[in-house]
Write a protein that binds this ligand. Structure first.
Ligand code: NIG
Ligand code: FE
Length: 400
């Protein structure tokens, strides 16, 4: 069998093994029919190049990483919140604006009012911007519909945008994001955890659910009701946990075997221990931290000490992170959270894949993994979280 494509003279950040970044110098990598078939030293290639591959490319010492994975976004929305941004600059807080009927609800109104094509185009454009940064897999949450039809529409739009942009997307049903005004709490939760969830599972519109467990959103016990229903329907769970206050959200997520608990600024050590035990990934979202001028750091040292895998994501959304850039989030994770460039690159590859339950399929450069690769014009992988804008891959290979 001859491989489709082979790159030689490459430097691989495989993101597996003991050496930093899983580095292999003087390396080659081959792909065939959407899968990596070889990733290792050139000297171990099983034959002469012309005999083993149809197409041979000279990488000229460029670095090759797994395609980047943005494991937490809210990309399907319409409108913007620049007016609230100005209010926050004048001293109003995110919570005050939310309680006054703005915040998430203002995006819900704009999103419900958008046409199907308008919403699809906006989502596709954002996906294309991420793709330009070497991102090959994007998680997309619903959450700006907040009634049965509108939530299903957002998930369908996420699928359609992935197809239109030719990107792998992973949709998440964020049913408990905010309580729409005038809607009965118990009835809303019963609907999201009942018929809407069943429909999502039946149509395979999402693989996981998410909730916003917070003073301005849903209580731990409401979140538990939703998660119990999700697990019963065969869906995984993720949680916006302890973002603005400590609600023991991380421990709650862990109790349900969550794929990830995200934000975590106010998470305590018990929460970290519970995540370690459950194998729940900690998703760091420095853009929301930055935009809200948060001062409380997520417990990075505790997460390290207890061996909780950390991921990094953009959280792209119109309220707390109007940033369509994973590379931007990576730079912020270094400077704001003091994560190391290696931790950060793991956070957007191997650990991001794990946060989506996809770690056996992608996130590292190993034979058998999905052939999503980014080739970078850099001298060292630390540059991926060092440049503040301007860095782009010289080529991206996406599996179909
Ligand atoms: O990840 N915290 C809840 N959800 C988003 C913000 C949503 C919004 O403000 O529109 C977040 O920060
Ligand atoms: Fe979020």
């Amino acid at each position: 069998m001859k491989w489709n494509q082979l790159w030689i003279n490459a430097r691989l950040a495989t993101m597996v093994g003991e050496v930093p970044y899983g580095t292999i110098e003087d390396a080659a990598i081959a792909v065939h029919e959407g899968r990596i078939t070889y990733a290792g030293p050139m000297r171990d290639l099983p034959g002469r190049m012309a005999d083993i591959a149809h197409e041979v490319h000279d990488a000229r010492k460029a670095w090759i990483t797994p395609g980047l994975i943005d494991c937490h976004t809210h990309l399907v929305f319409a409108g913007n919140r620049a007016a609230e941004f100005e209010m926050r600059l004048q001293g109003r807080t995110y919570e005050e604006i939310a309680r006054a009927g703005g915040g998430i609800m203002s995006t819900v109104r704009a999103t419900r009012a958008a046409t199907d094509t308008g919403l699809l185009d906006a989502t596709r454009r954002r996906l294309e911007v991420l793709a330009g940064e070497g991102v090959t897999t994007v998680e997309i949450k619903s959450g700006y519909g907040l009634d049965a039809e509108a939530e299903l529409r957002l998930l369908r739009t996420a699928h359609a945008a992935g197809t239109a942009a030719n990107l792998s997307i992973v949709p998440t049903f964020l049913g408990l994001h905010a309580l729409p005004p005038g809607v009965d709490r118990a009835a809303f939760i019963a609907e999201m955890a009942g018929p809407v969830l069943r429909q999502v599972a039946q149509e395979k519109l999402a693989t996981a659910v998410d909730a916003f467990c917070e003073g301005i959103a849903f209580t731990p016990s409401e979140t538990e009701t939703f998660f119990a229903a999700a697990n019963k329907a065969g869906l995984k769970v993720k949680l916006h946990a302890d973002q603005l206050s400590d609600t023991s959200g991380a421990a709650l997520a862990a109790r349900f075997g969550a794929l990830s608990a995200d934000h975590l600024e106010y998470t305590n050590e018990n929460g970290v221990l519970a995540m370690a035990k459950a194998g729940t990934v900690a998703v760091m979202l420095p853009a929301a931290f930055f935009c809200l001028r948060e001062t409380r750091l997520p417990p990075i040292d505790l997460l390290r000490r207890h061996g909780v895998p950390m991921a990094v994501a953009s959280d792209c959304n119109p309220g707390t992170a109007p940033m369509v850039s994973l590379l931007g989030a990576m730079a912020m994770a270094a400077t704001l959270f003091r994560m190391t460039p290696e931790e950060i690159l793991k956070g957007v590859t191997v650990n991001a894949a794990r946060a989506l339950g996809l770690d056996t399929d992608r996130g590292t450069l190993e034979a058998g993994k999905r052939a999503d690769l980014a080739i970078w014009p850099i001298e060292h992988p630390a540059e991926l979280s060092y440049w503040l804008g301007g860095l782009r891959p010289q080529a991206v290979i996406r599996s179909r």
